[in-house]
Write a protein that binds this ligand. Structure first.
Ligand SMILES: NC(=O)c1ccc[n+]([C@@H]2O[C@H](COP(=O)([O-])OP(=O)(O)OC[C@H]3O[C@@H](n4cnc5c(N)ncnc54)[C@H](OP(=O)(O)O)[C@@H]3O)[C@@H](O)[C@H]2O)c1
Length: 253
């Protein structure tokens, strides 16, 4: 087991920013495992990477399905014995500008199932593998939409946002980031950092948009959206911990 080879698992990596992260980290020499919830999408994404000279693998992984999470962890354990980086990227936003007084708890639960509980389940399953790495990183793709500071700051881009299911799930993800970072600091013989990143508004199919529509609303190219995540994933020492940041620097929780 040569733990010098970085093995990186990215959830929701068949498209959007997950795929872009896989491409950039693959080019940088990391062995990327693309978590995808369909075999066809996984094969397609891996073949696209192959065309650009990257040998990657896909792993069937629906973050809301315990069986796929357990078999993904088993696969990594059997084939590598460790994991260097976990990027919890898979996310959804099912809100549609409803007021909190009206948004159904069904929708909120679905947002939470992927954006929060999915991250908890995947992370808990991968922690034994991450702790086999001399230094490991967990990067949670969050959003300023989940920042309580931004939501209460008059004039901020989030002040008037209305997506309470999505926002609350990312606020919960931020708290998980903080709590887990603190807990892992107390683990003996392990060096695992946990950070949250906001990609900014990016032109993907997120929330049912098309990249063109998202672009017309100010969405930035995916290359810009992944800058901070790729930077963190490549940082050599593991000194950055318990931060919430974007490509400009740290942001308020
Ligand atoms: N785009 C933005 O403006 C923006 C802004 C701030 C934060 N973010 C965050 O950035 C992350 C990536 O977003 P994106 O813009 O790249 O979105 P995207 O293009 O919609 O991609 C989302 C990815 O998540 C996957 N996914 C959804 N549910 C899943 C599940 N249950 N299990 C596993 N994978 C699942 C999707 O897979 P399928 O193809 O199978 O659906 C897809 O690969 C998300 O966490 C999002 O909250 C995005």
């Amino acid at each position: 087991m040569d733990t010098n080879q970085k093995v990186t698992l990215i959830t929701g990596a068949n498209r959007g920013m997950g795929f872009q992260i896989a491409q950039e980290l693959g080019h940088a020499g990391q062995h990327v495992l693309l978590g995808t919830r369909s075999i066809e999408e996984g094969k397609f994404a891996v073949n696209k990477l192959k065309d650009s000279g990257i040998e990657a693998e896909y792993i069937l992984l629906d973050v809301t399905h315990q069986t796929t999470i357990a078999s993904a962890a088993k696969y990594i354990e059997t084939h590598y014995g460790y994991l260097s980086i976990l990027i919890n990227n898979a996310g959804i936003a099912l809100d549609n500008f409803e007021n909190p007084s009206q948004l159904s708890t069904d929708i909120m639960r679905k947002d939470f199932d992927v954006n929060f509980f999915g991250v908890v389940d995947v992370t808990q399953a991968m922690l034994p593998l991450l702790s086999q790495s001399p230094q490991a990183k967990i990067i949670n793709i969050s959003s300023t939409m989940g920042s309580l500071s931004a939501a209460t700051t008059v004039g901020s881009e989030v002040y008037n946002a209305s997506a309470v299911g999505y926002q609350a799930s990312k606020a919960a993800l931020n708290m998980l980031t903080i709590r887990l970072a603190k807990e892992l600091q107390t683990w003996e013989d392990s060096n695992i950092t946990v950070n949250a990143v906001c990609p900014g508004m990016v032109a993907t199919e997120f929330g049912g948009a098309t990249p063109e529509l998202a672009k017309s609303m100010g969405g930035k190219p995916v290359e810009e959206g992944v800058i901070r995540t790729v930077e963190l994933a490549q940082s050599e020492d593991n000194s950055i911990n318990m931060t919430f940041s974007n490509k400009e620097g740290n942001i308020a929780w």
